[in-house]
Design a binder for this molecule. Structure first.
Ligand SMILES: [Mn+2]
Length: 281
């Protein structure tokens, strides 16, 4: 395990969200993320997958207290900011850990790690009010976040939204550009699409903007083409913190504890041998 200093356990809200610290942090994390591939290959040890946290800093701290000292790799599926009560604290804490132990914690990009979305859903006003002129620096760091992860020996694919129409092979993700906005249609779908029961193929999604819902048939075809058995994704709120689609081929996670109403946030632990367990946040 990578030792981590006591910094974040003792950290107070004022420190984690100070302009001085943020300025230095965003330079450091942007550099670290710029060296990561677009598709992360996960190690063979246990994996903890975390869904949307949306500014629930307390949930993130609780997860870290539970799992940081265990031999797991933490895979966060995106949507760290917007909506919740402590967005700056949440993203800054995760970014600091990414700098300290880049192999231990994987931060995938969600559809809320995007400038135009942050302008609409609260993050930019929180940044401007509390920190000052940091919106461009956050946007520069967000465009470096990897898009997806794969555990080859377990056949697990992880991405914020889901599979994308037009994407045949996982390796194609490695060539997707680093963009402030999600202009590439495959990138956009990876971060915005949703699974849907009882449909065939890809269909238009009510979320708009070129997003789609995908059915079981195209999921199975993508799995076969890429030697996969499971898709772990986030992006949708469920009261119990998770939902399984297509008889367990797709697992959707939501890991913050409120969304205008109380939610039972969940994370998913997948062991080295592929066994799965849900835990409360
Ligand atoms: Mn989302």
């Amino acid at each position: 395990m990578t030792p981590v200093n006591d910094f974040f356990w003792a950290m107070h809200q004022a420190e984690v969200s100070s302009p001085e610290w943020t300025e230095d942090l965003l330079v450091r994390v942007t550099k670290v993320l710029s060296h990561e591939p677009r598709l992360i290959h996960l190690p063979e040890g246990p994996l903890v997958f975390v869904g949307d946290t949306h500014g629930d800093w307390e949930a993130t701290k609780s997860l870290l207290a539970q799992y940081w000292d265990s031999p797991t790799t933490l895979v966060f599926l995106g949507d760290y900011v917007d909506r919740g009560p402590h967005q700056i604290e949440n993203i800054n804490l995760l970014f600091e850990l990414k700098c300290q132990a880049p192999e231990r914690i994987i931060l995938l990009r969600g559809n809320h790690e995007v400038k135009s979305v942050n302008q609409r859903y609260g993050f930019y006003s929180e940044v401007t009010d509390k920190l000052g002129d940091f919106t461009e620096a956050y946007a520069a760091s967000f465009q470096e976040l990897p898009l997806a992860a794969v555990s080859s020996h377990r056949g697990v694919f992880a991405v914020h939204g889901g599979i994308a129409e037009g994407l045949e092979r996982l390796e194609e993700i490695e060539e997707l550009p680093r963009e402030v906005e999600l202009e590439h249609p495959i990138t956009f779908q990876l971060l915005w699409n949703d699974p849907k029961e009882n449909i065939q193929g890809f269909r238009p999604n009510f979320r708009g903007g070129g997003s789609r819902v995908f059915g079981r048939d195209v999921t199975e075809r993508f799995f076969e083409e890429n030697d996969l058995t499971l898709l772990v994704r986030a992006h949708e709120v469920f009261e119990q913190g998770y939902r399984e689609f297509f008889d367990g081929l797709v697992i959707s996670l939501f890991s913050c504890r409120h969304y205008g109403r109380p939610i039972q946030g969940k994370v998913l632990l997948i062991g080295s041998d592929g066994d799965r367990q849900y835990f409360s946040v």
